[in-house]
Design a protein around this ligand. Structure first.
Ligand SMILES: Cc1cc2nc3c(=O)[nH]c(=O)nc-3n(C[C@H](O)[C@H](O)[C@H](O)COP(=O)(O)OP(=O)(O)OC[C@H]3O[C@@H](n4cnc5c(N)ncnc54)[C@H](O)[C@@H]3O)c2cc1C
Length: 344
């Protein structure tokens, strides 16, 4: 029997894979979007969105859980707000986001979405799912931070973060909060992101600075310090890949989102980067002469975030002081706008 063939196979139906599929909708290409999970959407994530993602998604308002024009930042012994005239931070449930993106594919007859469909092997000509070989002309790795496609390409991954969180069913938290605690999280931070029926309380770290085991211990110390009860919470952990190399390989293989290392090593934000890289890779597949300025911007932003993170790491014991200085600087509109543009 002849091997089944697609023009494009996208592995992974996260924000990157779904936005790539949407871009390829209505084209004359036969596209397969293969997802290993049975339900599209759920993912270990705090569900924080920034203004950039909202503009990209054009999301209906009712899908957004909370909207903020200020972030409450906590430093060693004090706290302050970064506040703007317009909204710049939002929360959304990942299942809701995934299902909404999926629904947008309904109108395209050239896109086939298959769930419970785990790719187990990749070769130059085909992928293997449940023992079956399926051929491709273009292959898009949108399979997240432990990407099989990235491993097939033999790319090293060093700039990788680990983020852990508790999802707690409570409505008592209202503010979008970020906590810097140099001793516990080095240059990273802990967060409280409220959702309608739950809250994500988590933290991130660089495994090279703090081992995952130590990060979990430090997080418990921080939770105790802030009297946060996680006994009803669900514990989750997952890597975040910020080790970008290239997005196109051998002419017909592409990496989008976390598989491409597009997530920010500084903020841990990766949804926006996944949406943009997925969409832009779709455009490149449709037109091989297309030069993506949006991907250039994404790569520049990634470099900028790496530089800021390096400086914060090198600042060592001076980190809390730097954050204290920012507390005064954000009172000035120019600096405040610059900070918001860099992070949101
Ligand atoms: C604790 C935590 C909190 C975070 N909080 C935020 C936040 O608040 N805001 C933000 O912007 N980002 C956040 N991130 C990062 C964000 O979750 C990711 O950057 C984002 O999900 C990347 O999207 P993606 O489409 O590239 O990959 P993913 O969302 O990981 O999607 C990859 C998909 O590929 C599928 N897949 C994997 N392997 C296979 C295979 N072999 N075959 C078929 N399918 C496969 C997976 O099941 C998955 O559905 C957080 C991450 C963590 C760990």
């Amino acid at each position: 029997m002849d091997m089944e063939k697609y023009d494009v196979i996208i592995i992974g139906a996260g924000p990157a894979g779904l936005s790539c599929a949407k871009q390829l909708g209505n084209s004359n290409l036969k596209v397969l979007l293969a997802e290993k999970n049975s339900v599209i959407g759920p993912k270990v994530c705090a569900g924080g969105l920034t203004g950039k993602s909202i503009k990209t998604l054009n999301l209906p308002d009712e899908l957004i859980e909370f909207t903020y024009n200020k972030i409450h930042l906590f430093n060693k012994n004090n706290s302050f707000y970064i506040e703007d005239d317009s909204n710049f931070a939002y929360t959304i449930d990942r299942k809701v986001l995934g299902q909404w993106q999926l629904k947008q594919l309904d109108e395209f007859s050239n896109i086939e979405v298959k769930t419970d469909y785990r790719v187990s092997e990749i070769t130059k000509e085909y992928i293997v799912i449940n023992g079956e070989k399926i051929g491709y002309k273009h292959l898009v790795g949108a399979d997240g931070s432990s990407s099989l496609v990235r491993r097939y390409l033999k790319l090293t991954t060093e700039k990788i973060g680990v983020a852990i969180q508790y999802i707690i069913p409570t409505t008592k938290y209202k503010d979008f909060e970020i906590y810097f605690d140099s001793n516990l999280f080095s240059a990273w931070y802990a967060w409280i992101f409220p959702h309608k029926n739950y809250v994500s309380i988590g933290c991130g770290g660089d495994p090279k600075t703090i081992s995952s085991k130590q990060l979990k211990k430090n997080f418990s110390t921080w939770l105790e310090k802030h009297n946060i009860d996680v006994s009803q919470g669900k514990y989750e952990a997952f890597p975040i890949n910020g080790d970008y190399k290239e997005y196109q390989f051998n002419g017909n293989i592409y990496l989008a989102g976390d598989s491409g290392g597009f997530a920010s090593v500084l903020t841990g934000e990766g949804i926006y980067q996944a949406l943009i890289s997925g969409e832009e890779i779709g455009k490149i597949i449709l037109n091989k002469n297309y030069h993506s300025l949006k991907l250039d911007d994404l790569i520049n932003l990634q470099r900028k975030h790496h530089k800021i993170l390096d400086r914060l790491v090198k600042a060592g014991k001076l980190r809390p002081l730097l954050i204290d200085v920012s507390k005064y600087l954000v009172k000035f509109k120019f600096f405040r706008k610059k900070v918001i543009k860099t992070i949101a």
